[in-house]
Design a protein around this ligand. Structure first.
Ligand code: 3PG
Length: 307
């Protein structure tokens, strides 16, 4: 009997786990759960004799992948797969997949939750500002970026996007103004919403050069990955521009310094929670379970991300 491990340091909602169990057991497989584990050793132990693994931001390092003696497939229930050692997976013949689009709306809604909170003076009762009429620049127009555009239009914002991998026509069809350079995006928008993945090209790519271009009343919203920010550059912008605010779904490494010096100009979630809704857990979790069954039963590898 095939064994499927759901290893989630940040557990799915119960309703999603129930749905995953149903799919897995209906296929005749066994479901194993490892939630809120405290060390990587727990994961290494749990993966030892399973055939498949579903993870979220959990780290599927080389050590973890190599520990899975029977492991054939790892599905990241979510979008970003920077937490999987893809080279190790490929070397070991393990298929790595993600579930693109399944948690995108949840992340996009959090973007606006943080933006309204910040624009309204952190709900302090002091006079704030409105989103209507402001420009928002979407940096990378993928699944989350599209939902951000949709919601931004509801707020009456002017929506711009930069993405070298998406055609201007596709953006225009969504009522989004395409911008052909990253510098133009940053210099034209009070709000920038980041949706780039974390990889060798993007890590530390958002820093002083780009952020200094933003117009007065600048707010950077990061629901992507903290690694894409050049935190030294970020601190310089905080220092040089009293109008600059930073909202991030997960604390930056230099949170303590920002909190000490720039009170009222930041908001950080204590734990990444953009995708932490029942709906997103159901969408991504069940998609992951179905992809595993389809892989074993029909050899389908549609969302494979490694070579
Ligand atoms: C993703 O890449 O899908 C999001 O960052 C969500 O991550 P999570 O599953 O750890 O909440």
């Amino acid at each position: 009997m095939k064994k499927v491990l759901v290893a989630t340091d940040k557990p799915f909602a119960k309703v999603a786990v129930d749905g995953i169990r149903e799919i897995v057991e209906k296929a005749g497989y066994e479901l194993r759960l490892l939630e809120k584990y405290t060390s990587q050793d727990d994961l290494i132990k749990a993966v030892e004799d399973v055939d498949a693994m579903i993870i979220r931001s959990d780290i599927a390092s080389r050590e973890v992948i190599e520990a899975g003696k029977n492991l054939k497939i790892v599905v990241r229930a979510g979008a970003g797969y920077d937490n999987i050692d893809l080279a190790a997976a490929t070397e070991k013949g393990v298929v790595a997949m993600n579930t693109p689009g399944q948690n995108s709306n949840a992340v996009a809604e959090l973007v606006f939750g943080m933006m309204v909170y910040s624009a309204r003076a952190n709900f302090s009762g002091a006079s704030g500002t409105e989103l209507r009429g402001k420009n928002i620049g979407i940096h990378a127009y993928g699944n989350v970026g599209k939902y951000v555009a949709l919601i931004a239009k509801g707020f009456g914002m002017d929506v711009f996007a930069f993405d070298p991998f998406v055609s201007a026509e596709a953006m225009e069809k969504d009522g989004v103004k395409p911008v052909d350079t990253i510098e133009k995006l940053y210099s034209g928008c009070q709000y920038i919403s980041l949706h780039i993945p974390a990889n060798a090209q993007t890590k530390k790519s958002i820093g002083e050069n780009l952020l200094s271009l933003m117009p007065k009343g600048a707010t950077l919203v990061n629901t992507a990955r903290k690694e894409v920010i050049d935190e030294d550059g970020l601190l310089k912008v905080f220092e040089n521009r009293p109008d600059f605010k930073y909202l991030s779904d997960i604390e930056p490494d230099n949170k303590a310094e920002i909190a000490e010096k720039y009170s009222g100009r930041y908001f950080f979630t204590p734990k990444k929670m953009g995708a932490q809704t029942s709906e997103a857990n159901i969408n991504a979790g069940l998609a992951a379970a179905r992809q595993i069954v389809d892989f074993f039963e029909k050899g389908i590898t549609t969302f494979k991300v490694n070579k």
